[in-house]
Design a protein around this ligand. Sequence first.
Ligand code: AMP
Ligand code: MG
Length: 410
Amino acid sequence: MTAKLLTVEEALAKVLEQITPLGSERVDLLNVLGRIIREDITATMDVPLTANSAMDGYAVKAKDLEKAATDNAVRLKVIEDLPAGYLAKSRVETGQAIRIMTGATIPEGADAVVMVEVTKKSDSDFVEVFESVKVGQHIRLRGEDLQTGDLLIKAGTKLGAAEIGVLASVQRPFVKVARRPIVAILSTGDELVEIEEPVSAGKVVNSNSYSLAALVSASGGVPIVQPIARDNEEEIRSAIQASLAADFVVSSGGVSVGDYDYVKPVLDSLGADLKFWRVSMKPGKPIAFGLLAGKPYFGLPGNTVSSMLSFLLFVKPALRKAMSCLPPWTMPIIDVTLDSNASSKGDRRTYLRANLRYQDGRFYARLAPRQGSGVSSSMLGANALVILEEGVTALKQGNQAKALIINDIF
Ligand code: AMP
Ligand code: MG
């Protein structure tokens, strides 16, 4: 009688419990895209620094234009021309205007801007205005965008173009970001050949090292790919030991209960503190997790799909926690309508590869036609996993289902 398998949530909780934050580093702003910031960013100045014009037009006193209308032009004397980046030399007095460009600081005495579109230059020194304005119209106030003391970016935020732009606005050429976790990737199997080697009957090209390395990079880590370890205790032991220089170790293959599955016995012999080695899910039931010499060790199954899915479900959230990303560390689950029938044996929660299509406010999930755990092609274009809970054996086209988003949906 085997013990009840852990659910995905229970297993993930056991993983996350063991993950502590890695260190930080200072990186220049042109190289922080996608990194996780490790400090709160507060505005140290007002942006904009001064009230300025939101339009090309004329800085005026609103009171002067009270009666201005299409059939009642008001004439103002233009006393200066003010491009962006300069300050006016004179003050706007009653009956006067300063020609002003977008972004230029509002001159003293002016309390509104009229757009150039409602004016006509009558002769060189005068402008005719055909519309009244309200006080403050077309003026961007000091600090309207960012105000000194505002919390702009919270520690744990992933830096994108907008955050990088705001960091530049508040003059932060360097920021403290989480160090990228270094992840050793170790493929095991006598049947594996390297990408450049000839492949003969019975052999399989090692593709997991490549897909897992890509997943590590996409999750913000740095992959270190180890040579293939053959299915014997000595090779697996020395490969695992060599991997411990990294922050995380991810192996693929050799974690089932086959006669040549040596990962678990080797981990045991090395004194690993294994937290679990099976999870109630399909694909990916054999998956080992524990601490080895203080480092998180993930023994993923060898099947191409299983290794990617178990990475997404367990390793990616762990990397996110290690980088101090703001929670949630897991990917979002959304409601979808099935575009195809879905089935499962019902004995374990099943994750089916699907491509999401968005139409009329809803997501539709089209399942890959073949869902075997070794069918790599089912992962091509898969941006979601449709979830069939334990006990559910079939869902029909048109039914609602839950789906985990695993990739960009556009
Ligand atoms: P295992 O988990 O070692 O029993 O492997 C399960 C299946 O995954 C076998 O058919 C292996 O040939 C395949 N497999 C294992 N490792 C890899 C790999 N690195 N690349 C591609 N397929 C693999
Ligand atoms: Mg194997």
